[in-house]
Design a protein around this ligand. Structure first.
Ligand SMILES: [Zn+2]
Ligand SMILES: [Zn+2]
Length: 350
């Protein structure tokens, strides 16, 4: 089969002809229909993360048809449409048995620690293949399994309740999903803090109150807009020490700040006024849980989570176009997600 692989960090991905994966009794072989090209993939190519072995096929945002199932697999059958949970986990360690598979002792990220979806086929553990309803196009089934899933996890970690107000710092892929999912969870007013005017305008179009940091301190703007109360939940999706501090400062009494963006910087806080006196909480958010995915899939099926057609662009499974899409992350200013459309034979025509 064809695959586009990382053979050396810092080098363009390369096309390769590789053997069709052999599945074990608990595995599923998927014929890839769509695979999202994620900003993380650009980091992997650039060498920001370490790799135990190369070459590896990148791609962790995957949807397709079941081609073949192992003898133990009962929940999906050949020809079923599926999307993929990207954390391959053991299912038996002390974290997995508690449903906290992102801390699994032997967790493997698909498309980083094991071969991913920039290929015609992918082998995944059966439990990682989830049924994808017919109403959800493959490209949406692919891209929602990364940023949308993590946005939902952030809202669930922050225990967002109906009617509660939300501040979203950063309106990229995560923020775009977070706004829609907060709505799907029947939140109150949403404030979006974003420097890019195009993104801020699109947040406003989706019904959020736009907070432009160029017009003054976002914390004060949110305070003014909420009669001095602050918000119940804030999500920091940028990965900057400055906005992390703002995400805490804008909280109402009993507010919760969920930090999702990555930074190596330090954040300083005034414990009494910003945390203790308000009984505010700060939480870290990493990846998402398999248990949250059925709700996510239902939000996409009912179109509470949607990606307008002009938000998705397609490329073929070819190294040149994929490398160009990865290059584009270095100066991306819009919402457009690029998805590899794996053409070729439909299911079971071989
Ligand atoms: Zn991703
Ligand atoms: Zn485990």
């Amino acid at each position: 089969m064809r695959a586009v692989r990382l053979t050396a960090v810092g080098k363009p991905l390369e096309e390769a002809e590789v053997a069709l994966p052999q599945i074990g009794s608990s595995d599923v072989l998927i014929r890839v229909a769509a695979c999202g090209i994620c900003h993380s993939d650009e980091h992997y190519r650039a060498g920001v993360s370490r790799f135990d072995h190369l070459p590896i096929t990148l791609g962790h945002e995957i949807a397709g048809w079941v081609e073949k199932v192992g003898t133990d697999i009962k929940h999906v059958r050949p020809r079923d449409r599926v999307c993929v949970h990207y954390l391959a986990h053991c299912g038996t360690c002390e974290f997995c048995v508690r449903g906290l598979e992102q801390f699994c002792r032997t967790v493997q990220m698909i498309g980083k620690h094991r071969d991913g979806g920039y290929a015609e086929f992918i082998k995944v553990p059966g439990r990682n293949a989830l049924a994808l309803p017919d109403e959800i196009p493959f490209e949406v089934g692919a891209i929602m399994m990364c940023s949308s899933a993590t946005a939902l996890h952030a809202l669930s970690k922050a225990r967002l309740k109906a009617g509660e107000s939300v501040a979203i710092f950063g309106f990229g892929g995560l923020g775009f999903s977070a706004l829609q999912l907060a709505r799907a969870l029947e939140c109150g007013q949403v404030y979006v803090v974003e420097m890019n005017p195009v993104k801020l305008a699109s947040a406003e179009k989706l019904g959020a109150v736009a907070i432009d940091p160029a017009k003054g301190d976002p914390v004060e703007q949110i305070s003014d807009a909420t009669n001095g109360k602050g918000v119940d939940v804030s999500l920091e999706l940028i990965g900057s020490a400055k906005t992390m501090r703002q995400a805490v400062q804008c909280l109402a009494p009993l507010g919760r700040a969920a930090l999702v963006g990555l930074t190596a910087g330090s954040v300083s806080l005034s414990p009494y006024s910003e945390l203790i006196n308000k009984e505010a909480e700060i939480m870290g958010v990493s990846d998402h849980l398999a248990a949250e995915l059925p709700a996510l899939i239902e939000f996409a099926r009912s179109r509470k989570l949607r990606f307008p057609p002009d938000a998705v662009r397609f490329v073929d499974l070819d190294a040149e176009h994929i490398n160009a899409s990865l290059d584009a992350f270095q100066n991306s200013i819009d919402h457009v997600r690029t998805v590899i459309r794996v053409t070729g034979r439909g299911p079971h025509e071989s």
